[in-house]
Each structure stands twice: as C-alpha cells, then as structure tokens.
Design a protein around this ligand. Structure first.
Ligand code: DSN
Length: 417
C-alpha cells in the first residue's frame, strides 16, 4: 500500500514538514510540550486508528477487538505499575476529558468545586467560567500566598473551611513549586470534600519519585500523557478500587464514545519507556535544567514567581521589565525560542496579554541539552528582555539558537512516509 503523504496530499505534507522543521530548528520551551519517541510516533501512525472498540477490554460493543484489547491491557497494566495505582483508565482523549469524568465520578453537577485560582496557576478545567467546570458547578478558588507566591497549607486550610467545597482539585498548569498532595488532601478530607489531583504537568516527575505522589491520598488522579510523561497526546485517570466503576462509566459511555486505539497503543509504548531506569535519569535532568536556567535568569536580575522552581517549569514576571507576556513571547519566538505568555499572580494585564512568560525544560532535556546549554539559553532570554525586545538582539540570538539546534539534532532520522 502506498503511504506517501507527499504525493497523496502535498498541501498537508508541507504543513507537517513545516512543523517538524520548526521542532528541529527552534528551542521548544513550552512547559507542557515534549518530544515523544520514534516508537510512540510509530504506534500513532498505525491502522489501529481504524478500529471501533467502545467499551473496555474483554467487554466491547464491537467484534474484532482481540488485538486492540491486548494494546489496552498493556497500557492499563503499565500505567498501574508506573504510578502504583490499583486502577487505570487509559481512554480519556485529553486531560480535560479526564477531569470531566473524574469530577462527575465523585460529585453531582451543581455542587461546589474548588481549584487553584486561574491567574495563580490553575487550569481552565479547574473552574473557569468559560469551561464545563465553571458551567456545571459552583466554583470557588484557593489562592497563592501574596508574600511567598506559594500555595501555603494554612491559607488553603482557611479557604477550605470558609468555602466548604464538595470537591477540591489539587494541581496546576503554571505553578513552579512541588505540591505535597497528601497534606493538602488531609485538610480537604477533614472538611468533607473529595479530592482530585490533576498531575498533567508533573506526571513524569511523580512517576519517578521526584515529586510527591497523590496516589494513596487523593480520591482520583488525572493526567495528560504528553507533557513530562513524554507520550502521545491524551489523558489518563488513576484511582483505587472504590471509584473504579464510577470512573470507567464516566469516561465511557458518559463523556466519550469510541476510544482512540492507536493513541492507547502509543500510551502503552510510552508507559513502557517510562518504566525504564533511564526515564528517571531524564526526569532528574528536567529538574536540574530548570534549576540551572532559573538561577541564570535570576543572576541576570529577572524576576521569577516564587524566586525559582522545584519542577520542570518557571514563571517569569515581566512587570519589573515593563513588558507584556504577549510581546515577550512574540519576540522570543522571532529569536527561535518558543514559550507561552502566562498570567502571573495579581496580573495587571488581561489573559490575552499577560505579564508573564512560562518556560519549561522537558523538551530540551529530551533533546539532550544540559547545564551548559541552559546557561546559554538563560543569557539569550535575558539579552532579549533586557534589550526591550530589540530587533538586532533578536536577529543575533536567532543565529545562535539555530547553531545550538544543529548541535542537538531532533528527529534527524525521522521522515514522513
Ligand atoms: N494547555 C496545557 C498547558 O499548556 O499547560 C494544559 O492543558
């Protein structure tokens, strides 16, 4: 069978090639992105995409599921082993759908949920008014401490006691510090709330013991599979025996129809990779690189929210530099450094403009970069910001970025079939 995208559809081929080249020749520093392995890519590009398999392995609504059952069993067993969980549902198409299913497995629509305030680092699905979470539930939020910019147990306790939520969501999208899930969960449970931990960002760190785990304390754990976990784009739910039936029912048939079996096969591959000892070495490099980069930015007198990081990401507050996140993101992109604008605590700008930049190290650590490269990149980011986004500085940085990318080839042997 001919599988030549270039001749079958040159327009789509060019778009795909353009994106692959962008990944090869720029520095990917969006904290939620990574480079999955060629084996994961191979599993994604298989005829498993053709298969309908509504239901769960061994209890499907369609015939012909014997091989995709094997793939899903592998993904489930590997996810359970990786995180030490009793039950795994590997079908959520995304982290958002995992959260939808998890919340409704624990509480009814109309009840009160509480997540981290969005401009402080929470996620859309943790209670944004434009998201299902803000429309199906009453929403209250907990906040970072104004002095330390950290999630402090005392503040959280006071907020939970005052607001009496039915469900607390722990975890964040743009918070650079570790969260001790067990301690926060104890507080929420004492106040009568159920707890979902959303570890979409830190899953790889959690799986390797480099970040506190929510398994064993939180009621349900949700994640994506493509961030620090370095798998295909998708979602994951973990829980104990108590909630497994309800979780499975809320994923299918409540929230989703047919599972994406090619993605589930790719999740199995990624979980298998994450069970290897090298994966912990990689995750340690992600953290080390983040700390070296954070230190370099701080040495260059840039202001990081909380002053640093425990994880794979940091948040640069550009208020002292008189710049917006939007302008800085665009300037860094012209320099070949891809980040995203992000609100900072008490941001004076709108979410479309923002006063911050979120920077992460998972992708560049996959690429093999280490301390020397982080120091160089920290200087280049600081140069662009200090110059107030001067086009000459941006052009000179772009040249250096391209040289560095050439020295660390990414997907060099990968080509479109
Ligand atoms: N959009 C993701 C992120 O960038 O953090 C979260 O879903």
């Amino acid at each position: 069978m001919c599988s030549c995208l270039a001749s079958a559809d040159p327009e789509v081929y060019r778009a795909v090639q353009g994106e692959v080249d962008r990944q090869r020749f720029t520095l990917e520093m969006i904290a939620s992105e990574n480079f999955c392995s060629p084996a994961v890519l191979a599993a994604l590009g298989t005829p498993l995409t053709n298969k309908y398999a509504e239901g769960y392995p061994g209890r499907r609504y369609y015939g012909g599921c014997e091989s995709v059952d094997i793939a899903e069993y592998l993904a489930i067993e590997r996810a359970k082993k990786l995180f030490g969980a009793d039950h795994a549902n590997v079908q959520p198409h995304s982290g958002s759908q995992a959260n939808l299913a998890a919340y409704l497995a624990l509480v009814e629509p109309g009840t009160k949920i509480m997540g981290m305030k969005l401009p402080h680092g929470g996620h859309l699905t943790h209670g944004s008014p434009v998201n299902f979470s803000g429309q199906l539930f009453q929403v209250v939020s907990y906040e970072l401490n104004p002095e330390t910019e950290r999630l402090e147990l005392d503040d959280f306790t006071a907020s939970v006691k005052e607001n009496r939520p039915d469900l607390v969501i722990l975890g964040a999208s743009a918070y650079p510090r570790a969260i001790d899930f067990a301690r926060f969960t104890d507080v929420a449970h004492e106040a009568g709330a159920k707890v979902v931990a959303d570890i979409a960002h830190t899953a790889g760190l959690v799986a390797t013991g480099l970040h506190p785990t929510p398994i064993g304390s939180c009621d349900i754990v949700t994640s994506t599979t493509h961030k620090t976990l370095r798998g295909p784009r998708g979602g994951l739910i973990l829980c104990g025996e108590e909630y497994k039936k309800e979780v499975d029912k809320k994923v299918f048939p409540f929230a989703q129809g047919g599972p994406l079996m090619h993605v589930i096969a790719a999740k199995a591959v990624a979980f298998g990779e994450a069970l290897q000892p090298q994966f912990k070495v990689y995750q340690q490099r992600v953290i080390d690189n983040a700390q070296i980069l954070a230190q370099r930015l701080t040495d260059r007198e840039l202001r990081l929210v909380t002053g640093g990081t425990d994880t794979h990401l940091m948040l640069l507050n550009l208020v002292p530099n008189g710049l917006t996140g939007k302008d800085a993101q665009q300037a860094l992109e012209r320099a070949g450094i891809t980040t995203n604008k992000n609100t900072v605590p008490n941001d004076p700008q709108s979410p479309m403009v923002t006063s911050g930049i979120r920077i992460g190290t998972p992708a560049l650590s996959t690429r093999g970069m280490g301390a020397n490269e982080m120091e160089l990149i920290g200087d280049w980011i600081a140069d662009v910001i200090e110059s107030k986004l001067d086009e000459e500085v941006i052009r000179a940085t772009r040249v250096k970025v391209r040289d560095l990318c050439d020295a660390f080839p990414q997907y060099a042997d990968w080509s479109i079939a």
